[in-house]
Design a protein around this ligand. Structure first.
Ligand code: CU
Length: 335
């Protein structure tokens, strides 16, 4: 498939060079009615080709779309995406028709003269004000959603979790019983203390370091991100969440998981995707895939960037409480 794509690109470049050289030879000749008719028809053929490709891509590429948002906040990201997508989609669908159809209809002809038309204030007004209103609504919704995810000041007891990135792994730390993270600094990294937690800080004693994230369903999670070395980006696609991890500063956001991992696995959309993936894996003789939420790195941070991932498991709140109670505190591990 990729080879076919490269051949197509090669041919397209070749044709454009050939056309450019032809144009250079055209300098002395003028297009006649026959040329205009042919070009007019070509415009229509191209329009049909464009529509067919558009509809085909809409249907065929749909399989690579993510399943329904697994966080409550993510629903608004999906809304924004859908509104923008359909708005642009419908407008461009109409515009393509107008562009190509008028190219055909008003193709050059010996008996026709171009009409001089200065301007229309009414038209200018309509096409300036309409997009302005649409943009104000879209940006307004976007800003509201930005605050929804970023402003955690009014939150009632969110679970505070620190996510720490380094080439090429993730570590995570729960804030423990006091729900306050102990201070961290790269200078404290030593042996098992891979996140560089300051163990002289009293808030650090009950912190819990893990290599896999467990999140309770229906509770706000307040994430704080740090990076040890270069820019990374914590990407949790199923929750529609992504944040840069920047060396020397703490970045943050929050979301509320909506479905447990088990519930997500039962969703028809996820079942269908899993079946599709496993069909390919079986053909290659690989082990079957089971759906899991993932934290991935979405910033090309070095040679093994692709390998930076951490499993996220969303469970019922009581199961989470049981799990967190079983985890050893940093004070008991780091001496
Ligand atoms: Cu990375």
């Amino acid at each position: 498939m990729l080879a076919l794509f490269y051949i197509f690109i090669g041919v397209a470049i070749g044709v454009s060079f050939w056309q450019v050289t032809r144009i250079l030879n055209f300098r002395s000749s003028i297009a006649n009615d026959k040329d205009n008719k042919t070009q007019g028809k070509n415009a229509l053929y191209f329009m049909v080709f464009l529509y067919v490709m558009m509809v085909y891509c809409l249907i065929a590429m749909n399989v690579i779309m993510l399943p329904e948002s697994a966080s409550y906040e993510g629903e608004h990201d999906d809304n924004l995406f859908s509104i923008t997508f359909w708005l642009i989609g419908v407008v461009q669908f109409i515009m393509q028709f107008l562009i190509f159809f008028f190219t055909y209809k008003y193709k050059g002809s010996k008996d026709r003269k171009a009409k001089f038309y200065a301007d229309s204030h009414k038209l200018e007004f309509i096409w300036t004000v309409t997009p302005a209103i649409v943009l104000v609504v879209l940006i307004g919704y976007g800003l509201w959603q930005w605050n929804n995810v970023m402003d955690l000041s009014g939150e009632d007891d969110p679970i505070v979790i620190e996510v720490y990135s380094q080439q090429f792994r993730w570590d995570a730390r729960y804030a423990g019983e006091d729900n306050t993270l102990g201070l961290g600094n790269v200078n404290y990294i030593k042996g098992i203390n891979t996140m560089g937690v300051d163990m002289s800080d009293k808030n650090a004693q009950d912190d819990v370091q893990v290599t896999e994230l467990y999140l309770p369903k229906g509770r706000k999670i307040h994430f704080k991100f740090r990076s040890q070395d270069v820019l990374h980006s914590a990407y949790m696609p199923h929750f529609r969440a992504q944040m840069n991890c920047v060396p020397g500063m703490v970045t943050e956001f929050g979301f509320t998981p909506k479905y447990t991992t088990e519930e997500m696995r039962q969703q028809p959309e996820v079942i269908e995707k899993t079946l599709g993936i496993n069909k390919v894996r079986r053909a290659k003789g690989e082990d079957p895939y089971i759906f899991d939420y993932l934290l991935l790195c979405n910033k090309i941070c070095g040679a093994s960037h692709y390998n930076m991932q951490m499993k996220i498991t969303v469970v019922e709140p009581d199961e989470y409480e049981k799990w967190i109670a079983e985890q050893p505190t940093l004070a008991s591990v780091v001496k």
